[in-house]
Ligand binder design. Structure first.
Ligand code: UDP
Length: 238
């Protein structure tokens, strides 16, 4: 087995990644496949934390557009991420690995509170740690939650799985001649006005010198290949 290039990583999955071909909720086959990728990385010796969004269930901005109070909508969005995290915990444990959900909102009957030292301990013990409820505050997204937690646990790399296999100079769905960047600096990303994460998440990652790899999680085995150092997708760093 090839040596790992990264010891501890945080993987950010969007809620929509769990839907598969459905337009809402969680497709059990899809979450099983994603969990299998995570467990493969874990079994290779990587310490792995996961953040999952909630967009497959609720997003605060969408609820607010429909007339709901924004903060209430965001709280519903954060609770949606807890549902997804519990599903991922179950899928990881079905594969024989150990997992712990740690929530930024106190919800002790279903999962642990986020306590940084405890999270690090879980990782050291070989458990997959799934951070739920984003940052715990409204007006943020789970991209920000992912960047924040990655920094707090001293992750070597933040991995953002998307539907596109990296960052392009223009929309590859609209332009045949779009070119994918293999690497970008944070400053180049700003200068070229490339949107790789929301602004708060981007600023956190840049200011804490956290490298970010954007990739498409659809190909089986891709997570482990990245952890073994294959330059898949686009790497953004200072
Ligand atoms: N959310 C929030 N604070 C956070 C993280 C998330 O209020 O720190 C809410 C927000 O309403 C967001 C929703 O939870 O829209 C779901 O998260 P996100 O949109 O990031 O999910 P994704 O797009 O990754 O599926």
């Amino acid at each position: 087995m090839s040596k790992l290039a990264y010891k501890r990583v945080l993987l950010k999955l969007s809620g929509e990644a769990l839907m598969g071909d459905e337009d809402y909720g969680i497709d059990p086959k899809v979450i099983h496949r994603l969990a299998a990728e995570v467990v493969e990385a874990l079994n290779a010796g990587c310490e792995i934390a996961v953040v999952i969004g909630g967009g497959n269930i609720f997003r605060g901005a969408g609820l607010a557009a429909g007339g709901m109070d924004r903060v209430t909508g965001d709280q519903m969005g954060m609770l949606a991420t807890v549902i997804n995290a519990l599903a991922m915990q179950d899928a990881v444990e079905k594969l024989g690995a150990k997992a712990r959900v740690m929530s930024a909102i106190k919800i002790n009957d279903v999962c642990e509170d986020f306590i940084r030292r405890r999270a690090v301990r879980h990782l050291e013990k070989g458990r997959v740690v799934i951070f739920a409820a984003g940052t715990g505050s409204p007006y943020f997204t789970t991209d920000s939650g992912a960047a924040l937690r990655a920094i707090e646990i001293n992750a070597d790399l933040l991995l953002k799985a998307t539907k596109v296999d990296g960052v392009y100079d223009k929309d590859p769905k609209k332009f045949d001649d779009a070119v994918r960047f293999e690497t970008l600096t944070y400053d180049e990303t700003i200068a070229r006005k490339l949107q790789v994460m929301d602004t708060a998440a981007f600023a956190l990652a840049r200011d804490s010198d956290l490298p970010l790899r954007i990739f498409d999680m659809d190909q089986p085995g891709v997570l482990l290949r990245i952890l073994q150092g294959e330059p898949i997708g686009t790497l953004v760093q200072n």
